[in-house]
Design a protein around this ligand. Structure first.
Ligand SMILES: [Zn+2]
Length: 293
């Protein structure tokens, strides 16, 4: 039941690695299209891509902005698939952040990559029978303070929401990072995520603390929420089979969080000269989220 109800998690998994590992010309073109000088133009890119995929969508405008920007209208893009008595809401923000010199960030990793993964999931799920209604909300003004997500939730009956899955920051590789601090009501969402990590032999790294994204709007409202999928560079070709073999041999498939012997992603990045992700795992926190519990 859990698997069926959270079919969307599986679809995201199915879609995202395909994007990550087969960065063909089509995907590169789709991602590059988001590099635009304004969020309004990024919105137009989404509309084009959804239209090309034959996905009916709705643009829901809201009065947003913050103290720094002043009042500013925003636009969420909503795609609804399937039907059911309750909703699974999948969110990814499409707006890019404005840099201090006034120009726009390219906003491909943060967060056009997640938007593309969501669109791939929509294509996979379109026309499929589901136990729940699926509502994809591609949000605006996340970078101004999660404003698009707040506007969407304010206009919806949260008691209908069975679970929320938010994707923020998507690069490449098959490692998924996720936050665990979305409240006790979100335990079954994390359970579904971990089950998918195990079933699909995807490396997943849990973090007890994660910086805010749209998920915080929903978890603060008491809605079960899965938080911020994030991909990191792939493990080396030599290391992956050995690790996966060891994991299977040890019967660890039910718990894909990082264990002793599991990949030290930050260390791997440092050795490759990439920026370590230590910011996301503050010093002193246990390497494995369940240590000491
Ligand atoms: Zn983001």
């Amino acid at each position: 039941m859990l698997f069926r109800s959270l079919v969307a998690v599986a679809a995201l998994f199915a879609a995202s690695p395909a994007l990550a590992h087969e960065p063909g010309a089509a995907i590169q073109t789709a991602a590059a299209a988001y590099v635009r000088p304004s969020n309004a133009e990024r919105l137009a890119v989404i509309v084009d891509q959804l239209t090309a995929a034959g996905l009916p969508h709705e643009i829901q405008t809201f009065e947003g902005g913050n103290q720094r920007s002043g009042p500013m209208a925003g636009s969420n893009v909503v795609v609804t698939l399937g039907d059911g008595p309750r909703d699974i809401v999948l969110t990814a923000h499409y707006d890019a952040v404005k840099l201090s010199d006034g120009s726009m960030s390219q906003g491909v990793v943060d967060n056009a990559g997640s938007v593309l993964a969501m669109i791939e999931a929509m294509k996979t799920l379109k026309g499929q029978a589901t136990d729940h209604r699926l509502i994809f909300v591609l949000t605006d003004q996340e970078e101004l303070g999660l404003i698009g997500a707040k506007a969407w939730l304010a206009a919806h009956d949260k008691s209908r929401i069975h679970a929320v899955i938010n994707a923020d920051v998507a690069a490449y590789g098959r490692t998924v990072m996720y936050g665990e601090n979305n409240g006790g009501q979100s335990g079954f969402v994390l359970g579904a995520l971990r089950a998918q990590c195990a079933e699909q032999a995807v490396d997943c790294v849990a973090f007890p603390i994660y910086p805010p994204s749209d998920d915080r709007v929903f978890s603060a409202a008491g809605v079960p929420t899965g938080r911020r999928l994030r991909r990191l560079p792939d493990l080396s070709a030599q290391r992956r089979p050995r690790l996966l073999g060891r994991r299977r041999a040890r019967g660890l498939a039910g718990n894909p969080g990082r264990r002793r012997g599991a990949p030290d992603v930050a260390g791997l990045q440092r050795r490759r000269g990439q920026r370590p992700e230590g910011r996301l795992r503050p010093a002193g926190l246990p390497a494995h989220p369940f240590q000491g519990r």
